[in-house]
Design a protein around this ligand. Structure first.
Ligand code: NAD
Length: 274
């Protein structure tokens, strides 16, 4: 019998993404950097974004050398709509188009509702939710005109279930799922897919910062927070890796995911199966 041969998976993935370009917000660290790297490895040009990125030039140079793609960097603050528009103008000036938009920038604050600072609420809603509204508004016209686009919103397991002391974050992430579904319906006939990835705990600076905050809010030691709060939620009892999230973002960008839209994909070690 004739043996069926299929191209190696990574070659076929790269083939369909080479020459496409992406913006990944909040990609100077953690999950966003992992996604940006994975998209570049798949052959895409990438606009990096994030605050306080002293080493971004070295990161970009390394990625350009390793994967033979073009990169750019915007220091746009995702809580400022004018800066978001300027980031899009920069991306289009550099790459000519934005095929894949990854809304990843996010911040957290852990505190009981009675003392939760109103300014923190406003800031978290702006960066974790409203920024995606502004980036999507900017991205959709070009995607519609070209008949192809991918919008990937990095939500959270906290977009599907709540935990105490994270009112603003949980509200913003639940809102992001609503935005994902709505834009998926509006763009479904234009070759555009809009999905959310819902990670469980990934050991990034965002999580490292909340360990002492959670210890204070719950009157626990930091070791107890990791074991009895964070990893207790995840049946796999280990942190998710940035590479695992990057692989899902690449898959969602391929034509193999053409029919996945409006989805909230859990990548959380079984957390929300319980
Ligand atoms: P991180 O702190 O490592 O990275 C956050 C990124 O966002 C950085 O690049 C930072 O510069 C950028 N950023 C923050 N505020 C910004 C602003 N105003 N404008 C532009 N960029 C800004 O955090 P992370 O853990 O990698 O988180 C990335 C995303 O993943 C967030 O949306 C977060 O809610 C989500 N998430 C993280 C986890 C986790 O366990 N780490 C779990 C679920 C979801």
């Amino acid at each position: 019998m004739q043996k069926l041969t299929t191209p190696r998976a990574e070659e076929s993935t790269r083939g369909c993404l080479v020459g496409k370009s992406a913006i990944v917000t909040g990609s100077t660290s953690g999950i966003g950097l992992g996604i940006a790297r994975a998209l570049a490895e798949a052959g895409m040009d990438v606009m990096f974004n994030g605050l306080g990125a002293s080493d971004i030039d070295d990161i970009r140079a390394g990625i350009e050398r390793e994967f033979g793609v073009a990169t750019n960097y915007s220091g746009a603050d995702m809580s400022e709509p004018d800066e978001i528009c300027a980031m899009f103008d920069d991306a289009i000036a550099k790459f000519g188009k934005v095929d894949v938009l990854v809304n990843n920038a996010g911040i957290q604050h852990v505190e009981a509702i009675e003392t939760f600072p109103p300014a923190k609420w406003e800031q978290i809603i702006a960066v974790n939710l409203s920024a995606a509204f502004h980036t999507i508004r900017a991205a959709v016209p070009g995607m519609k005109a070209r008949g192809w686009g991918r919008i990937i919103n990095v939500a959270s397991a906290h977009a599907l279930v709540a935990s105490p002391f994270k009112s603003a974050y949980v509200a913003a992430k639940h809102g992001l799922i609503g935005l994902t579904k709505t834009v998926a319906l509006e763009t479904a006939e234009f070759g555009i897919t809009v999905n959310a990835i819902c990670p469980g705990y990934v050991l990034t600076p965002l999580v490292e910062k909340q360990i002492p905050e959670t210890a204070k809010a719950r009157m626990l030691t930091e070791d107890q927070v990791v074991r009895d709060v964070l990893l207790k939620a995840q049946p796999t009892r280990r942190f998710i890796t940035v590479d695992e999230i990057g692989a899902v973002a690449v898959f969602l960008s391929t034509d193999g995911a053409n029919s996945i839209t409006g989805a909230a994909l859990p990548v959380e070690g079984g957390w929300t199966a319980q």
